[in-house]
Design a protein. Sequence first.
Lengths: 232, 83
Amino acid sequence: MNFGVLVFPGSNCDHDAYHALKHIHGIDATFIWHKEHELGNVDGVIIPGGFSYGDYLRSGAIARFSPVMNAVARFAEKGGPILGICNGFQILLEARLLPGTMMANEHLRFTCKFVNLVCQNRETPFTTSIPDNLVLNIPVAHGEGNYYADRELLKELEDFNQVVFRYSDAVGSITPESNPNGSVSNIAGICNKKGNVVGMMPHPERAVETDLGSNHGRYLFESALSHIATAL
Amino acid sequence: MQVDIVITLRESILDPKGKASHHALKNLGFSDISAVRIGKYIQIEVDTEDPEKAREIAAEACEKLLANTVMENYEIRLPDTTA
């Protein structure tokens, strides 16, 4: 089993993702430079966080035109599992592989802290192993994580079960106070209609060891492991 | 020819930067300013003398990259040739 971790100029969570895959979960991981035209032999793809192209113009706007993104689109089309984390989520939105858009945090501050999340779709390749009723404790670190979808799109996301994570309080209630950035309807992560492409603002790869505050991020990688093992 | 592009957030979208700046202006005593919206100004140099052609190229650039039309509007300003 092999995961590709994309690397853009300005990616800075690529090594964290590699560490979580390889050293914590024993999944082979390969860095894939953004200029590559093919992903090679991979079973899954992680688009890591960071500031690709310095976030110039809009977060993810320039990265989406990197050659590797054509290969990612083809992989998505084939049903390959793809997880975009933070800037990776922004890139997936700009590439229109996921619907909606990202705006500056409502309070305009860069927010770096642990948040609580409830998982609302356990059918994606990255969420099947998340225990029922568990409130995930995973950090966010972003200035532009204010997810926006108009009313029509929001309804569509609900109808097709595309909301994967929502910000909540410690007991799992979805409250305005637990929303760290102003995201519509407390949305922290979504998936495409097929469910194989998932984007989220929180960083599961930074929550894989209790020494670093939480290991709840492991459930996403364990989900990917069992999903791919079943598919192979 | 130089083409100017002004990108603004759509009316329906909250503009936190504009709101914060408006708040600061009010604190400075600018009571006559009733709203602030912040956008982007982009200058491009297009290799043509045909204004319609330049507009077309600029619009395509906006649609493909410069603006996110889900949340932004763009306005293309050509040089004033009547002056």
